[in-house]
Design a protein around this ligand. Sequence first.
Ligand code: NAP
Ligand code: MG
Length: 483
Amino acid sequence: MTETTDLYIDGEWVSAESGDTFAVENPADTTETVAEYAKGSTEDAERAIAAAADAQADWEAMPAPDRGSILRETAKLLEEQKDELTEQLSHEEGKTLSEASPEVQRAIDIFYYYAEKAADNAGNRKGASGGRTSVYTKREALGVAGLVTPWNYPIAIPAWKIAPALATGNTVVIKPASNAPGPAASIVEALEEAGLPDGVINFVPGSGSDVGGTLTSHEDVDAVSFTGSSEVGHHVYDAATDNMARAQAEMGGKNPAIITDSADVDEAVDIVGAGAFGVTGQACTACSRAIVHTDVYDEFVEGIVEYAESIDIGDGRDDLGMGPHVSQGELESTLEYVDVAANEGATHETGGERLEGDEYDDGYYVSPAVFSDVERDMRIFQEEVFGPVLAVTEVDDFDDAIEAANDSQFGLSSSVVTTDLNEAHEFIERTEAGVAKVNEKTTGLELHVPFGGVKDSSTNTYREQGDAGLDFFTEIKTVYLNT
Ligand code: NAP
Ligand code: MG
């Protein structure tokens, strides 16, 4: 029998008030239930918010280096369980062990990073005017942070929201995605074991509209940090700002890679292939548009088709090249886009088929797909698929390429493959994206620099990660000191 992971409220693991639970299935074999979770509701979320509000002043009053020590201990505990966490992540979400392991390591590193940053969180001192001794700023916690996270990076994203929130003296209620809540529960267990005081972190899985809706619209929540789809993100941001909570929503992408005529085509194929098909294309920063100069177009298409066809697909825990989609819904959405692209007149080069037979029958497997001759007004060029589907578009020159890349409602990550320094500079200046990469895949981020997008990819308020994480979770007090 599968054990049920409870809610964590005010330092206790408790059932949902309703007694309801939900199961998480193995996306590689849906006949298997991986785990069961208590299913929180609005009432549970409200209790968690009350606990977080009660715990906040004492937590913020704890010396920052002591808060940092708890985060450092949490990192150590997660590090000790790295293999189990990798397995858990792959089992619930479906990505391969080789993809899950660096994600777990990222979560560990994030806790180490913000453990140091806790003591570092300070303000600026300015020269005093008149008879004052000093004028300076200090940073203070916002209060209670409501965190809502997606399933696709189920340990890294909770980590990059929880760690800076706690480091700066906020208390937290987190609602993880229903498809893969386990890794976030593991973080909470490590925080508990590391000695985090009761009420400082609260964990309430449950439905997006009930628990997520409560967290993002409750008057006692002071900061709302959301990552997920643009549709939900808009709604969350409106609800949170209606309450005057500080809010950020990190949302979808349709990330382009420009391949110029100066590019090494083999290198371009590797960069685009890794960005498009890594983590089964289920990344907000996945490359889903290759915009290719006409002189290298045919060679690129041939190369990327070969790349897609060479990927071995299977259970993430068998660690082949690519795992399944996370859910039936995500699988169907990808298959639907494959139909849409074909019907719109794009050339279907390869893939996009549901895999069948033997071990494939009970999992959400699709072969990686490439469409060429994609035009800018096609839905496959404009809409986020969130699966391993690449649209390839031919352009006549570099200006055309930049224009096509920017022809999108989204602006998260973007890349150029070029050996021409002027093209690299032009791209950096003109790309409409929060992340600009030269000769690198669109996916893959560093933890100590800000991350976020423009246009419909992010709210234009705060970035996440690095110092930006500390900025989001704090407000500035300006002190006029006259002794
Ligand atoms: P999603 O469907 O928007 O869900 C995200 C989270 O919001 C989940 O925890 C979900 O709960 C919750 N939720 C659903 N409805 C809600 C509501 N009415 N109020 C409050 N919360 C609600 O996104 P997803 O399918 O998990 O993730 C895929 C999306 O995330 C893609 O669009 C991807 O681009 C984006 N993403 C963006 C970034 C970034 O940093 N920009 C990073 C990763 C992913 P349930 O799970 O219970 O439905
Ligand atoms: Mg979704």
